[in-house]
Design a protein around this ligand. Structure first.
Ligand SMILES: Nc1ncnc2c1ncn2[C@@H]1O[C@H](COP(=O)(O)OP(=O)(O)O)[C@@H](O)[C@H]1O
Ligand SMILES: [Mg+2]
Length: 329
């Protein structure tokens, strides 16, 4: 058997699956694609975690677009984190080009330009539906993690949440939380300590400083009354195609804390709301984080640990997560 035949046999054996699959492209031998020798990934494995890695310009973003398009066509919604702003093209059908036809003929996949149904979401003031969550919804544990508090300070936050809960004081945004902190360290101190025990003034001061730091990253845009439900991510268009939700993050690149806060919140909420799925053969939602190194670079270890823990748990909910990066370390 010559090299080419052996190659074809190996690839065919390795990439033939029962059930539907996503096609990534044609296998290449000696820098040439072999017609009709396709590299595929079974659809049912997309509820797992994946990594798309490669140097800049090697086609990572393109690959993620191709996967998201096919997932959509297969009736699987996805959520794309667009850091560089180069993902929105997925909404527009290609005008076509002789070169594209030539390439597709060579690969062995017919070229059918079709846009995918897209919805834009934003964490800030960009166009699109605003993603928000209230401080109460975060709960004291997550909120303390986001602020990067130590255990003692986290304990204080827990009591402050309890205090608000007992009095039915809403904690919507960071301003609400600051007001309560202020009250508790000042005119409300005596009343508070009678019921909930002593709290250290220095802890209150540290918490306040961390809240201000978070505010300075523009987080007040993100905290507030909800206008978004994670179940909205799992929708379909009138033809049964999965909706591709794109979160534009181009203007928060320099505010990594805001991004990791958002990631943690959305993962925690998916974990809390989605039902257990088991292995259904069809993922419920697939998330892609492009340029993942940019958005996790400055997240604290505690926050990363928390994100990692939820990412592992979320698989049983039928949700897959793919990290796309030039720097997988
Ligand atoms: N499979 C492919 N065949 C031909 N050109 C490609 C392919 N994948 C990507 N490209 C082109 O290469 C360039 C870089 O791709 P991109 O996906 O943005 O890379 P990355 O995200 O890894 O930096 C783009 O102009 C894209 O159109
Ligand atoms: Mg890219």
């Amino acid at each position: 058997m010559d090299k080419r035949e052996k190659f074809i046999e190996e690839i065919t054996k390795g990439y033939t699956f029962k059930g539907p699959s996503i096609t990534l492209g044609a296998a290449m031998l000696d820098k040439e694609p072999i017609t009709n020798l396709l590299v595929k990934v079974p659809l049912k494995t997309f509820n797992r975690h994946g990594l798309i890695a490669g140097a800049t310009g090697t086609g990572k973003t393109k690959t993620l677009q191709i996967i998201a398009e096919q997932l959509s066509a297969a009736g699987v919604p996805s959520l794309l984190m667009d850091v560089k702003g180069d993902l929105s093209g997925i909404a527009v059908p290609s005008p076509g080009h002789p070169k594209i036809d030539e390439r597709h003929e060579k690969i062995g996949i017919p070229f059918t330009p079709s846009g995918s149904p897209v919805e834009f979401l934003t964490l800030s003031n960009e166009k699109g539906a605003r993603l928000r969550a209230t401080v109460s919804e975060f709960g004291p544990v997550l909120f303390s993690k986001i602020l990067g508090l130590n255990d003692t300070q986290g304990g204080v936050v827990a009591v402050v949440f309890k205090y608000c809960d007992d009095r039915q004081l809403p904690l919507l945004d960071l301003a609400d939380f600051k007001k309560v902190l202020q009250y508790v360290s000042d005119e409300g101190k005596e009343e508070f300590e009678k019921e909930y025990g002593l709290i250290s003034t220095s802890s209150l001061g540290s918490i306040m400083r961390k809240v201000v730091e978070l505010e300075q990253q523009g987080a007040e845009l993100f905290f507030g009354e909800r206008s978004f439900d994670v179940n909205d991510l799992c929708r379909f268009d009138e033809n049964g195609k999965g909706i591709v939700s794109i979160v534009r993050l181009t203007d928060i690149q320099d505010r990594p804390k805001l991004f990791s806060t958002f990631m943690l919140q959305i993962l925690a909420e998916i974990y809390a709301t989605f039902p257990e799925e088991g292995d259904t053969g069809q993922p419920k939602l697939v998330m892609f984080i492009d340029e993942a190194h940019l958005v996790f670079e400055e997240a604290s270890d505690a926050l990363l640990d928390q994100i990692e823990a939820i990412v592992k748990l979320i698989r049983s909910k039928g949700v897959g997560i793919f990290f796309v990066t030039q720097n997988p370390a």
